[in-house]
Design a protein around this ligand. Structure first.
Ligand code: HEC
Length: 138
């Protein structure tokens, strides 16, 4: 668990640099969201979640299958931005916060892990219609 946390912190820090290079304007892209969700080293989402339309995910967090039935895109976005708002003890990283983050490598302090655009892209994939162009089946 310690190693996973350290690995995630490193990977997440790496993603900040990557995310900063991306243009952050324009409509949300489920294709980009899918790619982000799949990045084990960067976002780590699939390390903890099973996600519709993506190969085998982890079980540290709940499966995201059927998410659209129990949550709105806005709620999911808030959760991804900073899951501590819902559960102060959560193990899920805060992707759009710079507050009270630990183990952040010096060059990345003060930066969020993901850009707002990247979070919008992820949410647009998670709420894409099942069987749509991306073949995301619940
Ligand atoms: C270290 C493990 C971990 C990582 C990495 C992680 N999550 Fe989570 N996530 C959790 C846990 C655990 C929960 C359950 C609620 C809680 O404990 O905060 C959760 C809850 C959620 C929920 C709410 C699920 C529901 O049933 O309502 C969503 C949506 C979500 N995560 C999306 C993501 C996305 C998108 C990413 C990547 C950007 C991600 N998570 C990365 C552990 C993780």
């Amino acid at each position: 668990m310690k190693n996973l946390a350290a690995g995630l912190a490193l990977g997440l820090a790496g993603c900040a640099a990557w995310a900063q290079d991306q243009p952050s304007q324009g409509p949300a892209s489920p294709e980009r969201g899918r790619a982000l969700l799949l990045q084990r080293q960067d976002t780590g989402c699939v390390l903890c979640h099973q996600i519709q339309g993506l190969p085998a995910g982890g079980a540290l967090g709940p499966s995201l299958h059927g998410l659209a039935e129990r949550s709105s895109p806005a709620q999911a976005r808030e959760r991804i931005a900073d899951a501590r708002r819902f559960n102060p003890q959560t193990i899920m990283p805060a992707y759009l916060s710079t507050e009270d983050l630990h183990n952040v490598a010096a060059p990345y302090r003060g930066q969020t892990v993901l850009t707002p655009q990247a979070v919008d892209d992820i949410v647009s994939y998670l709420f894409a219609k099942p069987g749509g162009a991306l073949g995301a089946t619940p």
